[in-house]
Design a binder for this molecule. Structure first.
Ligand code: NAD
Length: 330
């Protein structure tokens, strides 16, 4: 049995708290504590029994194997580099950084030091997504033709430094690329500012995913929270509900001409969508267990996919902003 790994959380905000809760309960992890300059954040961490540090410098005075970087996105770059330069493997919350240049440097620096690096695309660890991945891999969907994603709901007040595409749309961009194992090309982006006047809060992206037509719908406006994906292939259809952790599959079938409206409706009602077995688990926990395995020497997921996701999100932002500057309506 190998020694316990010392892993810390840098940034004890909305998501950092969830990382800390999980890390404190993972076998083989010696939760090393929390870094946050905000006194309220440290008080809250101490009330949960965690060690706290004012800065990364203070944290680094102690033995450390890995760290989760869950500071605001603008700080991913300096904090990650500081940790990497100290020889620490990092799990950086999504998106990897604010710009492609910063993300590229983070990847290069961690590669040159031979350190584990992971970006927190937590939906990859959603059991419903893992079930879908298995069906695709086993050929049940056949050649994929079309993908749609929806990630809509009202604005969470915590988000202050990103638009809706960069903050949450990246999850879907990343998943399409990850599940289909291909790079994406942005073909078109439409959207605007419905509730905000300083950042895009609704958008539709049209992408080419290696010959597969992909459409992503994202907003902070819809009063109902929906997070789902469909994949239509030549051999079947997949539907993934991330929130409920449900995956449904329908094998391909021929269109049947019916004599009555009743028959027409019935053939689409029952037994068409089959529920796949999915064991519900907390995706963040699975993500952190993966990070622990990387620190033990397992192969890192390709960080270029995460960088590509940011690239598409930034391109879509630029496309919509330039349409808005030109006064084009959506
Ligand atoms: N994977 C997901 O589903 C998911 C969900 C939420 C947020 N995120 C990402 O996580 C990151 C953090 O988001 P959040 O919503 O938790 O933000 P937040 O504002 O709630 O928390 C950020 C915390 O970082 C602290 N901080 C600021 N400067 C720091 C520094 N120099 N050192 C240490 N701590 C510092 C702040 O005091 C705050 O407590 C963002 O990049 C966001 O995109 C990912």
């Amino acid at each position: 049995m190998s020694a316990k790994l010392a892993i810390a959380v840098v940034g004890f905000g909305a998501i950092g708290r969830q990382h800390a809760r999980n890390l404190a309960n993972i076998e083989g992890v010696d939760f090393a504590g929390v870094v946050d300059p905000l006194p309220e954040a440290r008080t809250s961490a101490e009330s949960r029994g965690y060690r706290t540090f004012l800065s990364v410098e203070d944290l680094l005075k102690n033995p450390l194997d890995g760290a989760v970087v869950s500071v605001p996105t603008a700080l991913h770059y300096p904090i990650s580099l500081q940790l990497i330069d100290a020889g620490i493997g990092v799990l950086i919350e999504k998106p990897i950084a604010q710009t492609i240049e910063q993300g590229t440097q983070i990847i290069a620096r961690s590669r040159s030091r031979g350190l584990p690096l992971m970006v927190g695309y937590v939906e990859r660890f959603n059991p419903a997504v893992i079930a879908a991945q298995g069906l695709i891999r086993d050929g049940l969907v056949g050649t994929p033709l079309q993908v749609t994603t929806r990630r809509v709901g009202t604005w969470p007040a915590r988000v202050r430094d990103a638009n809706v595409i960069v903050d949450i749309g990246v999850h879907d961009i990343d998943l399409i690329s990850f599940l289909l194992q291909t790079n994406l090309t942005l073909l078109d982006a439409q959207g605007g500012m419905a509730v905000f006047n300083d950042r895009i809060d609704y958008a539709s992206l049209t992408m080419d995913a290696g010959g597969v037509a992909a459409n992503a719908l994202v907003n902070w406006v819809t009063p109902v929270k929906i997070r789902d994906m469909t994949i239509t292939g030549l051999a079947g259809f997949l539907q993934v509900d991330y929130l409920r952790q449900q995956t449904h599959f329908a094998p391909g079938r021929d269109f049947v001409v019916t004599e009555s409206y009743e028959d027409f409706i019935t053939q689409y009602e029952e037994g068409v969508l089959l529920e796949c077995p999915v064991v519900r688990r907390e995706p963040l926990r699975l993500e952190l267990e993966k990070f622990v395995s990387l620190l033990h020497g397992a192969e890192c997921p390709d960080p270029e996919i995460a960088l590509g996701s940011l690239r598409i999100a930034l391109e879509a932002t630029e496309m919509i902003e330039s349409k808005l500057r030109l006064g084009a309506t959506t």
